[in-house]
Design a binder for this molecule. Structure first.
Ligand SMILES: O=C(O)CCC(=O)C(=O)O
Ligand SMILES: [Fe+2]
Length: 237
């Protein structure tokens, strides 16, 4: 069974994480899941009853490969991660909004934030699992699903790049206003989690604070099979 005993969220230093997010737009959490937990989560992928929707990326021009959105109630591990990671990140999300001159402030608990999403018609759960085979990739994108957007999200690499697949690297781009985009490859090991900016984050320049625009995606898999778990904190309309 997948439970919170299988991840190491309690060890996270949220302020150190904020430093990394402020300087790069992403932050690594090493070994959030152990290999056994990764295998247990991967084993959920064929269990159709757990999911509300399956998306074949090629049909939408999103890339190649597929993903499935979990349905409510989310599996315990996913629900607990979403709740606890939100609580760790919410002070930073509010600081980011303040710096960017955005009026929205996020409530302390994920439960309250989800109530806000649902009241605005964003009722569909967004946590998802993705599956890629050789030749698959995920085009650069932003996971915006409506008016309400929590500015940070998380992905966990469930497969082992040393054994299960090659290629298939997580890529992020950062674009300054009116500038070309800077790409960054973020190497992940099995069980590692990455927290990253959904679309915008504040940066300080000589003339004050401006907004950086981010996108993320996955480069083409050369061989094998790659599974990830994505945790997005806002729901979808
Ligand atoms: O498979 C990945 O590494 C990226 C998945 C993704 O786009 C997401 O979790 O939002
Ligand atoms: Fe995404």
């Amino acid at each position: 069974m997948v439970t919170t005993e299988n991840h190491s969220l309690v060890k996270i230093d949220w302020l150190q994480l904020e430093d990394q997010l402020n300087s790069r737009g992403s932050a690594l959490i090493q070994s959030l899941f152990n290999a056994e937990t990764c295998r247990e989560v991967i084993a959920q992928y064929p269990q159709q009853a757990l999911f509300r929707k399956r998306v074949v990326m090629e049909r939408h021009g999103y890339g190649r490969g597929e993903y499935q959105y979990f349905s409510y109630p989310l599996p315990d591990l996913v629900a607990e991660l979403r709740r606890d990671v939100y609580a760790g990140l919410v002070p930073m999300a509010n600081r980011w909004n303040e710096l960017m001159g955005l009026a929205t402030r996020f409530p302390d608990t994920h439960e309250e934030f989800i109530q806000r999403c649902h009241a605005a018609g964003q009722c569909s759960p967004t946590p998802l699992m993705l599956r890629y085979e050789a030749g698959d990739y995920n085009c650069l994108h932003q996971d915006l699903y409506g008016e309400h957007v929590f500015p940070l999200q998380m992905v966990v690499l469930l497969s082992d790049p040393k054994r299960d697949f090659s290629g298939g690297e997580f890529v992020m781009t950062e674009q300054r206003p009116r500038m070309q985009s800077r790409p960054e490859v973020l190497p992940l090991a099995q069980g590692d989690a990455l927290i990253f900016a959904v679309h915008q984050r504040p940066a300080t320049g000589t003339r004050g604070i401006y907004r950086l625009n981010h996108r993320h995606g996955v480069s083409e898999l050369r061989s094998g099979e790659r599974h990830t778990l994505g945790v997005i904190f806002h729901d979808a309309s």
